[in-house]
Design a binder for this molecule. Sequence first.
Ligand code: GTR
Length: 326
Amino acid sequence: MTYMKSLGAALLTSVALSTAASACEVTLRSSDTHPDGYPTVAAVNAMGDMIKERSGDRLCIEVFHSAQLGEEKDTIEQTQFGVIDMNRVSLGPFNNIIEETQIPSLPYIFRSVEHMHKVMDGPVGQQILDAFSDHDLVGLAFYDGGSRSFYNSEKPINSMADLAGMKFRVMQSDMFVDMVSALGANATPMPYGEVYSSIQTGVIDGAENNWPSYDSSGHFEVAKYYTLDQHLIVPEVLVMSKSSFDKLSAEDQALVRQAAKDSVPIMRDLWQAREKESEARVREAGVEIVTDIDKTPFIEAMVPVYEKYVTSDTLKQMVADIQATK
Ligand code: GTR
């Protein structure tokens, strides 16, 4: 009898558990190129916890980290098609598709990370989020991507002249190809996942990125010269597929939008901590870092890039608004 009772209880428990585990009515599949634990991945996971709790366990997010769903450019297309529900990406790979995203991706457009936060949290940021809706996407929130600088396997870069003729990988954005050319070097656009082996085999001399990516990608192992020229402060963005978004009730749409916004301060805190950790880790690994670099020639060299990409009145106004943001 006792045995039967406990068997029954065990069965009941296991039924309860499996119901709990499958309680999510909708699970949004979200893509990220970074490994588990990276601030962007952790922030979307935190957002997932929020929507699960706030929806009474109906709505969930599953983050596919480490480029499990593909490289950024491909996952963006799949998000537009509704094959992927959510995506956390840099604004860089959107540059060729949505022209407004080029503006916060312009070299040296932001004076500091604080300036970038002020702009992206304000009307210009909203204008960019709204621009996604013409491209089968819903812009939810911006995340941090620190500042990006050049690293290479050949030599320390102490001035712009040292870049002459070198070959760097850039994100798949025409504007970044022109940026590197304007600095006197050559650019090869390629997916993030191909960079390590391309540096290792000498196909390229180096690439450019922030501390956490330089660290987590292992690029510092094959490119040990890092120069803090900080040419880009490109925000990252969390988007949702319009077709997935349209399937949600108005109430759930509001819930998703709010949780995305609520994940931003979490992301910023994680980012700040991770930048320090990553810097310490790569310094410890013996990377040679050039911090004392005159950025003036770099900034001056960007004039033709601005002329080529800041063309319409709308884009010019966005640049003016950013520069006027204190
Ligand atoms: C990282 C960014 C990624 C990806 C990568 C790259 O800093 O977080 O989304 O864009 O750079 O260079 O491809």
